[in-house]
Write a protein that binds this ligand. Sequence first.
Ligand code: ADP
Ligand code: MG
Length: 733
Amino acid sequence: MAISMDTPLTRVLGPKTAKVMAEQLALHTVRDLLRHYPRRYAQRGEMTRLDGLEVGDRVTVLAQVKNVSTRRMQQRRGTLTEVTVGDGAGSMRLVFFNNRHAHLDVGEWGLFAGTVGLWRGEKQFTHPDCHIITGGDDDWARALVPLYPASKDVSSWVIQKSVKLLLDDPRSLEQMLDDPLPAPVRERHGLVDLPTALRYKHRPESQEQVDEADERLKWDEALVLQATLAARRRAAALEPGIARPRSSGGLLDAVDAALPFSLTDGQREVGEELAAELAREQPMNRLLQGEVGSGKTVVALRAMAQVVDAGGQAALLAPTEVLAAQHARSLAGILGPLGRAGELDGDPAGTRVVLLTGSQKAAVRREARAAVADGSAGIVVGTHALLQEGVEFADLGLVVVDEQHRFGVEQRDALRAKGNRPPHVLVMTATPIPRTVAMTVYGDLETSTLRQLPAGRGGVSSSVVPAGEKPAWLDRAWARVREEVAAGRQAYVVCPRIGDLEDGSSKADEGPDGEDGAPPEEKGAGSDRRPPLAVLDVAEALRAGPLSALRVEVLHGRMPPEEKEARMRAFAAAEVDVLVATTVVEVGVDVPNATVMVVMDADRFGVSQLHQLRGRVARGRHPGLCLLVSEVSSSSATGQRLASVAATTDGFQLARLDLETRREGDVLGAAQSGRRSGVRLLSLLDDEQLIAEARVEATALVEHGRGLADHPELAAAVAAMSLDERADYLEKA
Ligand code: ADP
Ligand code: MG
C-alpha cells in the first residue's frame, strides 16, 4: 500500500486513535497529522515549567518522580496515592485513587498530562496521563521533546508516536511528499526540502533544526497563499471585461458640478487612476484604502457615474442597512433630477438610484429587482441582499464594496459573477491595513491610498475616561456633551449591547442581515464582570439624569428598518441632539454636525472599531471630541490599549496595534471571510519580509512559461487550498 499525503489516518493508525484524532483534533489525513506541528519543545534538564502553571491549564509536563506514598482514605473506602514530581524549578502533586495509576518509581522521569487543579492551596493533577521515559526509549533521550496541541483523549505523546510512525515509514517521506517549493526557490532562499523540514520540526536534535524547519514551513504557507492570489490575479486579467471609458456631458459631469467642495489632490489622482482603468477592457481589481473621513465615497461615486455614462450599471455593496440607506440617500441627493429618470420630475437623460436590502417589504424589493434587471436603475446600493439569487443585472459594469473588512473574498466573487462579463471591482477599506495584510487578505488587488484628509477639518481629540477610578470625570463628560449641544452640535453615545426589555439577555446587536454590531473583537476579561452597558438602559439613565434637557434617541439593529432610517434622518436633520446607539454607527455614517462621541465600556471594543467610531466625529469643520469611557484599570493591558487609541489618530499605527491584539488567524482566516487559509506558522506581524519575497517568487512562477502548470506540486497545493475555501463557503451558504 502506497501512502500519500491524502491517505486517511484510519489506514495508517489504529482505528481508535484515528477516530479520536478526527473527532477531537480534526486530523483526518496524513497531511493533517504531519502539519499538526508541536506547540513547543520540552528541553530535558531545563524544563522549569512547573512553577508557571495556572489552575485550569490543560498541560503536559516533563518531570521527575520525587516521592510516592499510598494510604487508606479515612472518610471513604479505597486508597489514595500521592506522587510528588519536580522539574528542578517547581513541584506538584499527582493524585490517584485506588491504585489507578501507572507504576511510578522515585527517580523516574516522565511526561504527565492533565488539568491543573488546586487542593488546599497546592497545585495538583488528578489522574493525569502518565508516560514514563525509560532508558531505552530513544524518543525521550532527545534533547528536545515535542509537545503537541492535545485534546482530552489524544495526548501529546500519542501524537508524537503517530508522527514517528509516519516519519520512520520505510516507504519513506521522500516518496510520499510532493514538495510544493520548486528547487530553485529553495536554493535561492537557502531552504531545506520538505522531508527534512518535517523531520526537523517533529523530531529536532537542536533548536537550530527547529528554526530551519520553521523558516522552510513558513515559506510553504506564504508561497501557496501568494501563488493562489497570483493565479487569481492572472485569471482575472485574462478574462476580458468591458471597457467603460469616460464621456462628457453625462452623470459624471453633473456629479462634479454638484459637489459642494473641490476634490483633494489625492481624490483627483486616484480618480484619474480609476478612470483610466475603467476605460480598459481588462477588469480593474483595486483596493482603495484611506483614513477614516478621507472622502472615499466621492471617489467611488465618480467611478460609478463614469460607468453609467458608458451604458453600464454600478452596484455599491455596504455592510449595514443604515450605511446602504445613507449612501442611497446621499447619491440621490447629489444627482438630483439626474437620479430620478422615469419619475415625473426626473431628467430622462439620467438614471435611477435604487436601494436593495434584506429587510425591505417584498413588494418594494420586487420593484427594485425589476429596475435592476431591466437596466433602468444605473446605480444600485444594497447590503448582502444584493448577493442573493434572483438579483439579476442587465449589464453590471462596476462593483464597489464599501468597508471591505466586513466582506469576504467569496462575497466579492458572488457579486462579480453577476456581470455578463467580469465587471470592474473597487474595494474600499477605511481602516488602513498593514502591508502584510494588504499582501495576503487583499493580495489579489492592486492598491491605491488616500492619505490626505480634506482641508478645513477640525480634527478630533480623544481621552480615556476612567469611570471606575475617577467617577467625577464621567460627570464632566456629560457636561461636555451638554456644552456641545448648547453650541449647536450633536453627540453619539455608543454602547456594546442593545439591552432587552423582554428578557434582559440580549447580547450582540444583530440586524436582519446579521449586519450591525459585530461583537467586540476581543473577549472581555472574564465572565465575572458585569454585563456590558446597554443602549436602552443608558438612554433611559441619560434622559432621567445628566442629559434630561436634551433630545435623546436610540438607534440599534433590532429596530425595524423604516424606524432606523427615520431615526438616522432625524439625527442628520439635527432634530435629535444625542443618539444612543450600538455599533450600527460604526462604519461610514456621516453627520458632519456631530462632534462628540462617547463610547461606553470602550474596553469591550476592538482597536479598529474604536478608530472607526471616532471617525464619525471628525467629519466637519468643528473640532471633534472622542471620550472612551471604561472601568478597567488604566494600568492594565486593556487600559493601556485604550490609552494608545486615544494617543494617536494614525490609522496605520492603530492597524498594527489592532493586529497585535487580535489573533492573527482571525485576520487571515475564519473571522475575515469564513475561509480556512492554511496558515499555521506564518505571522503577519513578524514575517513581512518573507511574505514580500514569497509574493515576488509566486508572481514570477505564475506568470512565466505555462504558469502553475510547470509546477504541479505547487499547483496541487494551491488547488487544495482553493477547494478548502470553496468547501467552507458552500457550508456557510
Ligand atoms: P470615508 O473615506 O471615511 O468614507 P466619506 O467619503 O464619508 O469618508 O467623506 C467624509 C466627509 O467628507 C463627507 O461628509 C464628505 O462629503 C466630505 N468630503 C469628501 N471629500 C471632500 C473634499 N474634497 N472636501 C471637503 N469635504 C469632503
Ligand atoms: Mg466611507
